[in-house]
Design a protein. Structure first.
Length: 225
């Protein structure tokens, strides 16, 4: 794809969205990582209580390396919390732990966007690895059909990103509902938990927006050739 001014501007905007959203979540996370919750429970303890309260005693909670590497794996039924979340009694730790447990609840209840995301994941993995190669071959060989094929593959990746948005927002909603109803958090602590999860969700919004911008650029490129 030619390196025109519009293309360079697009890359700059995409980088700004990505780096800006990542900076925001790290800043918010670190801010509320310094504030302990009144209940004095760690992220792991809160996660265990949340899962048990919804009858998910079969879902285990484990500690993993890294920072912000927290996730739920429906294949193994394990909520993995990074060390700073697993052991910490901070507002950030509790917020992240409850968010990941929200994903476990989604899976247990058959939440439709979660099911759809899981169903298309194998296809999306292929598309995400193939679209760049197909696009480059199409451009270098001047084969417009391959360029359009790359666009279709890339569009499938975007569909996955768009489906991910309600999954992430719903998991945060479930986590915040549990925090609010189950623990005597002060208003400031609840506000902090909401800020952490909102900043995290914005990283997914920024990624989806960047992908849509790139898709529109590729569509314009294909139509001009």
């Amino acid at each position: 794809m030619p390196f025109s001014f519009s293309y360079i501007l697009l890359i700059v905007v995409m980088l700004a969205l990505g780096l800006g959203s990542q900076a925001a979540i790290k800043m918010t996370y670190k801010r509320w990582q310094k504030v302990g919750v009144a209940m004095g429970l760690s992220g792991a303890q809160v996660a265990r209580q949340m899962l048990n309260s919804h009858g998910l005693t079969n879902v285990s909670v484990q500690c993993v390396a890294g920072e912000l590497t927290d996730h739920f794996d429906p294949r193994t039924g394990v909520v993995s919390l990074s060390k700073t979340v697993y052991n910490s009694t901070s507002v950030s730790a509790v917020a992240v732990a409850c968010h990941e447990c929200g994903h476990a609840l989604q899976y247990a209840e058959g939440f439709l966007p979660m099911r759809a995301r899981s169903a298309i994941l194998p296809v999306v993995n292929f598309c995400s690895n193939a679209w760049v190669f197909v696009l480059l071959v199409g451009i270098f060989l001047g084969m417009l059909n391959l360029v359009w094929a790359a666009i279709i593959l890339y569009a499938a990746v975007i569909v996955f990103q768009l489906i991910t948005l309600p999954v992430e927002f719903n998991a945060s909603h479930r986590g915040l509902d549990y925090i609010k109803s189950s623990f005597p958090l002060m208003a400031g602590e609840y506000k902090g938990a909401r800020s952490v999860l909102t900043a995290a969700a914005m990283t997914y919004v920024a990624a989806a927006l960047s992908s849509l911008l790139y898709l529109f650029y590729m569509l314009g490129f294909a139509r001009q050739n």
